[in-house]
Write a protein that binds this ligand. Structure first.
Ligand code: CMC
Length: 429
């Protein structure tokens, strides 16, 4: 017999079913609560609320576990490539050789973006943030691919997802080139995902050869993998919420990109490097910034620290930190920001304030140091996060569309404003 919880309210007893996940996670199913009791639940920031059930990604915060479709992130980051992981997230299984080749070819085929979207990016002022350009360009795709907008048509969804997977890297690279005041470098058919992306970022117009140090393209590929999904985070939830209104997939993904931009979410990677540079310019005074983060009268936080779900070391941060050491060592790069980051990590992971609150480095803490080694400037870091997260967003959007329980996301509230009052005409106020 399935388990239930009992709620006693107004002298009546109500049975609340318990839902059990495949990893034995348990949750109260309150879908009938309001109709049965007249009560709603209040959970600011959704700290205790599961917004959906999902079979894509498993995250356990006490031990620091992250698995995509059952596969540990450590194995995927080490042994798979980004297109393989994209396939896994989208279709639920690792691809065979033939399936992977076809997925790679599909991504290569559709990389050119519509001229109007390139013109839109070019029309932004050169000081524009690349995230603004990327969000605008993604929603603009909906007007160029009007034959892929029906959220009820499986074929439209497949083609729209493929277009996004092919074109987001071109859009991202063009946004970077615009912000640098440089001409766009179109995609190259015969290059793999990361090599092509780095060529579009750093190549010269008209060149036919572009050499990339494999150490850097492998590091980039790994960064995309560790960002590829993270269950119901702020941007993924946004993608689902926008899509729940039957908005098209491009609009939904653009919503996710905007949510990611915030410094508490994906924007933290840019904020971390800004913070490390600030510390560097302040005589490397790490203690001063740790004290500021602990001071409740100061809104400053140690960026790249803490997580809603992880109450231990973020497994992605562990992977990225090890890669930083490896890559910087191989390329003989001495980045003083990595040293400051490690000092900060040491202080914060031994300090009572951080220990008591379980605040450990998260994925954004070390990623910026690696992006810098690749040559990617800090205003592009959150765009890189978006590029990695795209397969996760798409997989969640599709899972939401296919769910028999899909309804428009429309939370309730507890109203705390004025009760009814009589309108006072302007002259009498
Ligand atoms: N520095 C100093 N204090 C912190 C920090 C921090 N980075 N993060 C949390 N705290 C404190 C917070 O002040 C609170 O203290 P108290 O209990 O005394 O009031 C306690 O820790 C709990 O924090 P919270 O804000 O209630 O936790 P949350 O789950 O709502 O927020 C977070 C999670 C990630 C937004 C937050 O830890 C934070 O702002 N971190 C810095 C930004 C950051 O690195 N974001 C990237 C997250 S990982 C990538 C992603 O998935 O987007």
């Amino acid at each position: 017999m399935s388990e239930t919880a009992r709620l006693i309210f107004d002298d009546k007893e109500f049975e609340i079913p318990i839902i059990v996940g495949s990893e034995e996670e348990r949750g109260l199913d309150i879908s009938k609560l309001r109709s049965a009791t007249g009560l709603v639940t209040l959970d600011e920031g959704f700290v205790n609320t599961a917004s959906t059930s999902s079979s894509i990604t498993y995250l356990e915060g006490q031990q620091g576990v992250l698995r995509y479709r059952g596969y540990p992130i450590e194995q995927l980051a080490n042994d798979a490539d980004f297109v393989e992981v994209t396939y896994l997230l989208m279709f639920g299984e690792l691809p065979t050789n033939a399936e992977l080749r076809e997925a790679q070819a599909e991504i290569r085929r559709g990389r050119n973006i519509p001229q109007g979207v390139a013109d839109l990016i070019a029309s932004f002022p050169s000081h524009a943030h690349p995230m603004a350009m990327v969000a605008a360009a993604v929603v603009a795709l909906s007007d160029y691919y009007t034959d892929t907008l029906d959220p009820f048509a499986a074929d439209d969804i497949t083609r729209a997802s493929q277009r996004l997977l092919s074109q987001l890297s071109t859009i991202a690279a063009y946004a970077y080139r615009r912000s640098m005041g440089k001409a766009f470098i179109p995609p190259t058919d015969n290059l793999d995902y990361c090599h092509n992306f780095l060529h579009m970022l750093f190549g010269e117009a008209g060149e036919t050869e572009f050499d990339v140090d494999p150490v850097l393209s492998e590091a980039l590929d790994m960064l995309l993998i560790v960002h590829a999904d993270h269950e119901q985070n702020c941007s993924t939830s946004t993608v689902r919420v926008v899509g729940s209104s039957d908005a098209n997939i491009y609009a939904s993904i653009a919503g996710g990109i905007c949510a990611l931009w915030g410094p508490l979410h994906g924007g933290a990677n840019e904020a971390v490097v800004n913070m490390l540079e600030q510390i560097q310019g302040d005589n490397n005074d790490v203690d001063k910034y740790v004290d500021m983060a602990k001071d409740k009268s100061n809104h400053f936080r140690l960026m790249g620290f803490g997580h809603r779900v992880y109450k231990s070391y973020d497994p992605r941060a562990r992977i990225v930190k090890a890669a930083c050491d490896r890559v910087l060592d191989k390329l003989d790069i001495d980045d003083p920001l990595l040293e400051i980051a490690k000092k900060l990590e040491k202080v914060a992971t031994t300090d009572e304030y951080f220990l008591a609150r379980n605040l450990y480095p998260n994925v954004d803490f070390f990623s910026g140091v690696l992006y810098r080694a690749i040559g990617i400037p800090s205003n592009m870091f959150t765009v890189m996060f978006a590029l990695g997260r795209l397969p996760g967003w798409l997989s969640h959007w599709i899972e939401m569309r296919n769910s028999p329980n899909k309804r428009i996301a429309r939370p309730r509230q507890i109203y705390t404003g004025a009760t009814t009052r009589k309108f006072v005409p302007l002259d009498d106020r």
